[in-house]
Design a protein. Sequence first.
Length: 158
Amino acid sequence: MKIRKGQIEDMPRVLELIQELAAFELQPDAVEVTVSDLERDGFGTHPLFQILVADINGEIPGIALFYNRFSTWKGKTIHLEDLIVSEKYRGSGIGMQLYKAVMAEAKDQNVRRVEWNVLDWNTPAISFYEKTGAVVFKDWLVAQMDEEGLTAFLQNNK
């Protein structure tokens, strides 16, 4: 197995892994992103994300998708959007190799923090992250405004 930068031709498999994660997180119909979106937004003139893939003889059992952010307190940071390992490969060390590669990339980029979200019921993931020295905050809540909410808010606040 090797960890490598994702290529545009990997995006159909990346979308399959994203859909697998959505099903695992009990939201199988939530994925709206398409292969075309991934190709355009990850490989265009100004890529919005970076992706690392685990490659086993041409098969991709896992990915790590991340992007740069800026913190008013810390400066340059990385947000790890998703670390996905296909169910049949979990427990094989692929997740750790992808995680290490993201952390190495963060160090290479001289960022001051890597951050991500984890569902409070995903105890295997929480345990994995805590064993690596990551702090899983219990007192911060995630806030989001979806597309429908954006439209309603802007219409109601002209």
